[in-house]
Design a protein. Structure first.
Length: 283
């Protein structure tokens, strides 16, 4: 009883717990976490499963993805046990920096374990239909598998660590929704998306040209490939161009989430080229 590593047999339980919290993760989305780090997620069990946590480690950077305790398990410091387990695991894997996107109710807990609020993310559920599909830009072309090393290099410049395995997973899950802009034979912008439980997770979305029109060309090209439904995305408030572009699509829901970091900083200090993050649980 107590803590153990989360296995494939626990994915259904973990997904159902996210549904109780209104997050609605699917087993497929949680299985991505296990593929990327099979030993980084934990279950708390005492006659029954009462909570779980997930984490990923990219080089020197750890990401706490989920920390959920069932209503039956609250008040027993189960969340703290799960948090300590993920911190210990990420530390053992060499993480000098740990990040998470916190719900407000958990900020105090995370602060007790050395996390501080460093930035703020604008989260949005957007609804798209035919009226929001613009013509695909001729500057945006489909990303190829041979482009992934260059995209990984650019992503590392934004995030602060190498996320090669993640970029590969996102590409293979959304190959038809992965686009790039090239100038002088080099990639200077890219965007990716993949199916989720009710539509699409959009991101990462980056554009290094300094021209907002290029970032917007990636946006509309991406939307042109998506079916009617909901887009789920997150952008830093410091990138006002990203917020301006996203506002052109009706918002179903919008909210703010603090980015908390323990240890060294992550993400570039200049966020003007980072328009959309990958996903909260993925970093």
């Amino acid at each position: 009883m107590g803590l153990r590593v989360l296995g494939k047999e626990d994915v259904g339980f973990a997904a159902s717990l996210t549904v109780e919290e209104g997050w609605h993760y699917t087993p497929r989305e949680l299985e991505v976490m296990l593929r990327l780090d099979p030993a980084g997620s934990f279950i708390y069990e005492d006659e029954e499963r009462l909570g779980f946590a997930t984490s990923l480690t990219y080089g020197n950077t750890g990401v706490l993805g989920h920390l959920v305790v069932s209503k039956r398990g609250r008040g027993r410091r189960i969340g703290e046990s799960l948090l300590r387990a993920t911190i210990d695991h990420m530390t053992e894997r060499g993480a000098r920096s740990m990040i998470l996107y916190a719900i407000e109710e958990a900020v105090t807990l995370y602060k007790r374990y050395g996390f501080t609020v460093r930035d703020e993310i604008s989260c949005a559920h957007l609804h798209i239909n035919d009226s929001h599909r613009h013509q695909m830009s001729p500057d945006c072309v489909p990303m190829q598998e041979a482009d992934l090393p260059e995209v990984v290099e650019l992503d590392e410049m934004q995030f602060g660590d190498n996320r090669r395995d993640l970029i590969k997973v996102l590409y293979h899950e959304g190959r038809q929704h992965s686009f790039k802009i090239e100038r002088d034979g080099r990639i200077v912008g890219y965007i990716m998306a993949r199916h989720d439980h009710e539509g699409y997770d959009l991101g990462p979305w980056a554009c290094m040209t300094g021209n907002p029109k290029d970032a917007e060309a990636l946006w509309w090209t991406e939307l042109s490939t998506l079916e009617d439904g909901t887009i789920y995305m997150g952008s830093f408030f410091k990138n006002q161009e990203a917020l301006r572009i996203a506002e052109k699509v009706p918002k179903v829901r919008g909210w703010r989430i603090p980015l908390m970091i323990r240890g060294e900083e992550r993400y570039t200090s200049d966020l003007s080229s980072l328009f959309g993050i990958a996903a909260f649980e993925l970093g």
